[in-house]
Ligand binder design. Sequence first.
Ligand code: BJW
Length: 232
Amino acid sequence: MSKITILTGAGISAESGLETFRAADGLWAQHRVEDVATPEGFERDPKLVVDFYNARRKQASEVSPNAAHKALARLQQMYAGQVVIVTQNVDDLHEQGGATGVIHMHGALKSALCAACGNRWAAPIVMAHGDACPVCTRPSARPDIVWFGEMPYQMDEIFDHLMETDIFAAIGTSGNVYPAAGFVAEARRSGAHTVELNLERTAAGNQFAEHRVGPASKEVPQWVDDLLASQK
Ligand code: BJW
């Protein structure tokens, strides 16, 4: 039984209305990374960081999955082998589109994390700096997001999937951020067929065997159709 491992990035949610990071008008053009996406930034100005994620959480609660999210859920349901989705995205559009078992390696907007005891709970739409942890009661709530310099989640599980995978696809990600940017090399070492689906060929594109260039809402459903047809 063959296995497909899929890495998604901000580009898959762009057509749902969520900004990407590195576009000319993207999130990093509007906010300094070191202010809003590092533990040091949070220590310096926690309110700025909490407000940034409050705004992102509100925006994410107002959008819907697009044809690309839904196509990946269809692949999970109809493919004879295993389909694993690993996302760098902190929205829940894969789940809203019907996908299951999604690995959120950079955390989730809908989750709050206690910086003191590690407890997680459902984040309110508006978090406040100093919110108390419901378990240890310390005022140590933070967004459950993996910032630069922090260890992404479920890495052992992800590398196990990459070692066993027959097909690896990267969808809507620029390949700028590690360790996710290294997954294609890991999958190649395992002998997997590799495919990049993106609006444009990325700087990391030469590591992939196949390219599908165009908007995710068009390219992903077509790729899924092709995979499902190939197993008939
Ligand atoms: C479309 C489309 C459409 C648009 N259809 N496509 C030097 C060398 C190597 C590594 C390092 C280094 N110095 C520091 C590091 C490590 C650092 C890192 O990688 N830095 C780089 C900047 C160099 N990484 C870390 O610190 C990570 N932790 C870590 O490494 O721990 C140690 C470790 C080592 C080994 C194993 C395990 C652990 C943590 C990284 C945390 C990233 N956090 C962020 C912010 C938090 C989440 C949030 O706020 O949402 O995560 S940064 C930001 O970038 C966010 C994203 O998940 C991530 C990736 O961005 P993504 O998704 O690729 O978006 P874009 O905007 O870059 O690209 C969008 C793409 O879509 C483009 O290609 C478009 O063309 C395309 N697109 N519309 C299809 N319609």
